[in-house]
Design a protein around this ligand. Structure first.
Ligand SMILES: [Cu+2]
Length: 390
């Protein structure tokens, strides 16, 4: 290639420019291809040189004609245009920062997809976005058959007389209708999870393997289990002295954004983002302290305005002794572990401390146990701890 000067007329295919007859190569052979490439390189080089010599037909190949335009703008004019552009950019940034949180980076929200219409203001933290975001489609590890059914009996295997059940959590695709699929956090690839049927007196061990994209625990209703197996892992088990035997719980909802407090309503745009027990959201709520064997009278009062709160106490059932201010005769009292405290409703329940540990009273609507959609110290909002000492 080195002997092919820029702009040199290109020989016909199959003929070397040094005049040597290479008739042993057919016209379509390798040499001619190389020479065609040389022709193209040469023509580019050539047309950019603009000397007009030996152009042949290369200029028609479209590489030529660069026009050098002379700027008419003066230095000060260029400066003013540049300054105006920078100012416009700064104004746009400041304007955006008044309604969106520009400090959140893409890695912080991990590509979160937010519900359309959800209000994300400049003080919305990345953690809230992650908690409210759609299930990540990439986390799906299994697609259930369209006709699969949940609540299937789970068979144990026996180890030394103990019935051992294996549970596994994962994100699955699940059909709620033949043509409608959701992404679900599921036990054992089914919604709802499998049914565990045991006989009173059985010894049982349940192994839980978590394949969710976040940590999890299993909390049991209907079983009275030791505190260490109760579930809320982020609330550590510990003991504190002192005790109390009666506690009144009044419930409230709030909508607080950007320094304004709005009436919380069951209405688009009016939904609450804070929830309080006696005016305080967890972890600022009181801690009830008592001793094993003591009975605690909890008076739930529905001073809330728009929402029904299924209030639940951990650590075993309570006895409902009064409803809406009316005592229930002993023969009609009943055991429960959750009561729906609607606006205006009142329930008096007696709960006995069976085991030492930190037991929860909380609303069973997950949104109601967050503060502006963020969990703090394992909970928020309508959460309260009963600390039971031995
Ligand atoms: Cu609630």
């Amino acid at each position: 290639m080195s002997d092919n000067k820029p702009g040199q007329a290109v020989p016909a295919p199959g003929h070397a420019h040094d005049g040597t007859d290479r008739s042993e190569h057919p016209a379509t052979g390798q040499d001619s291809i190389n020479e065609d490439q040389q022709m193209q390189h040469g023509s580019r080089h050539h047309t950019s040189s603009g000397d007009g010599r030996g152009e042949l037909d290369h200029a028609s190949m479209g590489h030529g004609a660069m026009h050098h335009m002379q700027s008419q703008a003066t230095g000060p004019q260029k400066f003013v245009v540049g300054l105006a552009s920078v100012l416009a950019l700064v104004v746009a940034l400041i304007f955006s920062a008044t309604y969106a949180n520009l400090s959140i980076s893409a890695p912080e929200v991990e590509g979160a997809v937010m519900p359309p219409g959800m209000i994300m203001t400049y003080d919305s933290p990345a953690e809230a976005m992650r908690d409210m975001a759609a299930v990540n489609p990439r986390a799906v590890s299994y697609t259930a058959p369209a006709d699969a059914r949940g609540d299937q009996p789970l068979q144990p295997h026996i180890e030394n007389g103990v019935k051992v059940f294996d549970l596994e959590t994962s994100v699955i695709k699940w059909n709620i209708l033949p043509h409608e699929q959701v992404m679900a956090y599921a036990f054992n690839h089914q919604v709802p999870g499998p049914r565990i049927r045991i006989t009173e007196g059985d010894r049982v061990r349940i192994n839980v393997t978590n394949h969710l994209p976040e940590s999890t625990t299993v909390h049991w209703h209907g079983l009275i289990v030791p505190n260490a197996m109760d579930g809320p892992a982020e609330i550590p088990s510990a003991n504190q002295p002192a005790y109390d035997l009666e506690y009144t719980i009044q419930l409230q909802e709030w909508l607080e954004r950007e320094g304004y407090t709005y009436p919380a309503m069951l209405m688009e745009g009016g939904l609450p983002n804070y929830f309080t027990i006696n005016g305080k959201a967890y972890p600022a709520t009181d801690t009830i302290t008592m001793r094993v064997g003591q009975k605690l009278l909890v008076r739930f009062i529905g001073s809330n305005n728009n929402f029904v709160h299924p209030m639940h106490i951990h650590g075993g059932p309570f006895e409902v002794v009064a409803r809406d201010g009316e005592s229930i005769p002993p023969s009609a009292r009943f055991l429960a572990d959750t009561v729906n405290v609607g606006p205006g409703r009142r329930y008096d329940v007696i709960w006995q401390a069976r085991e030492p540990g930190k037991w929860l009273i909380h609303c069973h609507i997950p949104h109601h146990t967050t503060n502006n959609n963020v969990e703090e110290q394992g909970g928020g909002g309508l959460t309260l701890i009963i600390n039971v000492t031995p």
